[in-house]
Structure formats: structure tokens, C-alpha cells
Write a protein that binds this ligand. Structure first.
Ligand SMILES: Nc1nc2c(ncn2[C@@H]2O[C@H](COP(=O)(O)OP(=O)(O)OP(=O)(O)O)[C@@H](O)[C@H]2O)c(=O)[nH]1
Ligand SMILES: [Mg+2]
Ligand SMILES: [Zn+2]
Length: 312
């Protein structure tokens, strides 16, 4: 009679770090398991729900055999023009800005539009509030976002309870911190997640010299419930674009004003009777936001011209 080795059964897990063919998975008991991806076709990102099997591999003790469908995802277009998921199963995007490095509001617009298209909540964390905003540039931009209904929370690692307001926003959500390199995403993570100090300190040290310090996204459990993903800083963010007629859905004020346009299919270029253009002239829509919308619209139209049928 032959006895077979017991077949280990697949278990649920959550990807908390992913790099190439390797990932760290949090199992149901909160243990971190270093896993390899099975096969060439599997790919995971931070936040993915997976099924994994205990197994001794070169780099760890598990193999991920299956990625469960994502409820939401944040996707970017990489330098090769391909779709690339940044994080999965999110409920909220937090765009982090600071007085230094100088804020890039166009970048915020693109992140917020991506959140709208992906059905994520969104808010802005105005970090380093201990520093003076010399040009008033940050405050002016933040006012624009607050008027649109995006919560703006101030934060600082140099103030007592400097992340308390943000902590309230994060409770119960799965949030990703995004933004330029050096705005303080990892420092905020450090404040919000007790016990990860070591892991963050190791990477923040190098940031004093102004380099991109965080190189891989990491997911942490928050003490008040919910999860936080610290992501690497970016110079730019190109979201995958919907059909031209849907681009306005990424801009709340434009979507709201569009109902007043003379033509139902108005794209708010320079069509006659455009309520969006009129609102921008009247000052109720920030001209900067309209320009930012038109930039994405032009790209979406360019894509539609190039590949009218293969587009999703
Ligand atoms: N004054 C001040 N400095 C801060 C604050 N938060 C972070 N910093 C500094 O800003 C620099 C960058 O901080 P990080 O937390 O590494 O920034 P990051 O957004 O994670 O950067 P990347 O990982 O490169 O994307 C460090 O020198 C921090 O000490 C703050 O609230 N106030
Ligand atoms: Mg960082
Ligand atoms: Zn219009």
C-alpha cells in the first residue's frame, strides 16, 4: 500500500507587499508568509486577495495559486503605455500634498479623476502643516478641492497628534496614500501605524537626501480598523482614460455643470451653449481644472482615434 503525502489545501490571504514573482501574504491569523507566484500568468499587487498553499520555496514558505477578483483597483499607464495596477481592493484614495516639494495640482486632478472613475472615495492630506506655505499656493489649491467636496485634512509629523484628523478619515477604509516623492507618505504611515517605525525609518533616512525612498507599496492594518497602503512617490501619474464622453465624470464640477450644456453630447471644448465654459468664465469652475480636464479629454480623443475598436 502506498501512502501519499498530504495535499496542503489552499488558504485565503491578503497581499501586503509584492515584488516581481514574490509577495508577502498576511494569513487569517495575521502571520506574514513569504510566497512565490505559481506560473507565469499570475500577477498580484498590494491589497490583492489570494489563495495560497504552504510550500517550501527558494524565497519562502508559500505559493500563491489564485488571485481573487478585485472589487476595485487603482491603475496607471506605465512608460510603455501598458495598464499597470498600483493597488487592489481599495475604498479610498488619499492624495498627499505639502508645501515642499512644491505642490502639483494637475497630478492631484489626475489622481482624483482616477478615483472617480474607479468608484473610490477620495480626500486630500495637506501634510507638513508645521511648515509655512510661503506662496499661499498650497492653500489656494486646497480651497479649490474643498469647494468640490473633497475633504482636506491637515497633517504633520512635527505636531502633537498631527495625524489625528487623517486617522478619522482612514478608519474602516482601505486607503492608498499617493503623491509626489517627499510629501511625507511614509512619515504619515509611521504616525498612523504603531510598530512599523523600524520598517519606515529604514527607508525615510535616505529621503533626507531627496531621493525616491519607498520603492514598493506596503499594506498595513490600522489600529482603529481599516488598512493603509503606503505607495512609492511619483513624478507623474497617467490614469487609463475612459471614452471621451466619460472623461468629464472624473471632474465633479464639470459633470455637475454639463447638464446645462445645449448639446447633450457636449465635450466642453468650445461648443456653442456650453454651460461648463460659461461656468469657468463666471468663476464657478476653476479655469485650472477645466484646462486639466481638456488635457485628459485630448488624450482620450487621441486614443479613440488611434484604436477606435480595440478600446475597452
Ligand atoms: N517639516 C516636516 N517634514 C516632514 C513631515 N513629514 C515628512 N517630512 C519630511 O519629508 C521628507 C520625506 O518624507 P517621506 O515620508 O519619506 O516622504 P514620502 O512621500 O514617503 O517619499 P517617497 O517614499 O519618496 O514617495 C523627510 O525628510 C521627512 O522627514 C512633516 O510633517 N513636517
Ligand atoms: Mg515613502
Ligand atoms: Zn459643455
Amino acid at each position: 500500500m502506498t501512502t501519499r503525502p498530504p495535499v496542503a489545501s489552499a488558504r485565503p490571504g491578503r497581499v501586503v507587499v509584492s515584488h516581481g514573482r514574490d509577495a508577502v501574504v498576511l494569513d487569517d491569523s495575521g502571520n506574514r508568509v513569504h510566497c512565490r507566484l505559481q506560473g507565469r500568468r499570475l500577477a498580484v499587487v498590494c491589497g490583492d486577495r489570494v489563495r495560497w498553499t504552504p510550500a517550501q520555496t527558494e524565497g519562502g514558505t508559500g505559493i500563491i495559486g489564485e488571485v481573487l477578483p478585485r472589487s476595485t483597483e487603482l491603475v496607471r499607464i506605465n512608460l510603455r503605455g501598458e495598464r499597470e495596477a498600483v493597488a487592489a481592493n481599495l475604498t479610498q484614495l488619499v492624495a498627499v500634498v505639502a508645501p515642499v516639494p512644491a505642490p502639483d495640482f494637475g497630478l492631484c486632478d489626475r489622481y482624483l479623476a482616477a478615483a472617480e472613475w474607479a468608484g473610490l472615495k477620495a480626500c486630500i492630506a495637506a501634510n507638513k502643516s508645521d511648515l509655512p506655505d510661503a506662496e499661499g499656493l498650497l492653500d489656494a489649491g486646497l480651497d479649490d478641492f474643498a469647494r468640490l467636496g473633497y475633504p482636506v485634512v491637515r497633517a504633520s509629523k512635527r505636531a502633537p497628534d498631527g495625524a489625528a484628523a487623517l486617522a478619522l478619515r482612514l478608519a474602516g477604509e482601505t486607503s492608498v496614500l499617493v503623491g509626489q516623492s517627499g510629501v511625507g507618505k511614509s512619515s504619515l504611515t509611521n504616525l498612523l501605524v504603531p510598530g512599523v517605525a523600524a520598517a519606515v525609518a529604514e527607508v525615510t533616512r535616505a529621503s533626507e537626501s531627496g531621493r525616491h525612498t519607498t520603492t514598493t507599496s506596503s499594506l498595513y492594518r490600522l489600529p482603529a480598523g481599516g488598512e493603509l497602503i503606503d505607495s512609492p512617490g511619483v513624478r507623474d501619474f497617467a490614469p487609463p482614460l475612459p471614452e471621451p464622453r466619460d472623461v468629464g465624470g472624473g471632474y465633479r464640477e464639470i459633470a455637475a455643470a454639463a447638464g446645462g450644456c445645449r448639446f447633450r453630447d457636449c465635450l466642453h471644448h468650445h461648443e456653442p451653449g456650453c454651460a461648463v465654459a460659461a461656468a469657468a468664465e463666471a468663476g464657478t469652475i476653476a479655469p485650472r481644472r477645466l484646462a486639466s480636464y481638456r488635457q485628459l479629454l485630448a488624450l482620450a480623443e487621441e486614443m479613440a482615434r488611434r484604436a477606435p475598436r480595440v478600446r475597452r
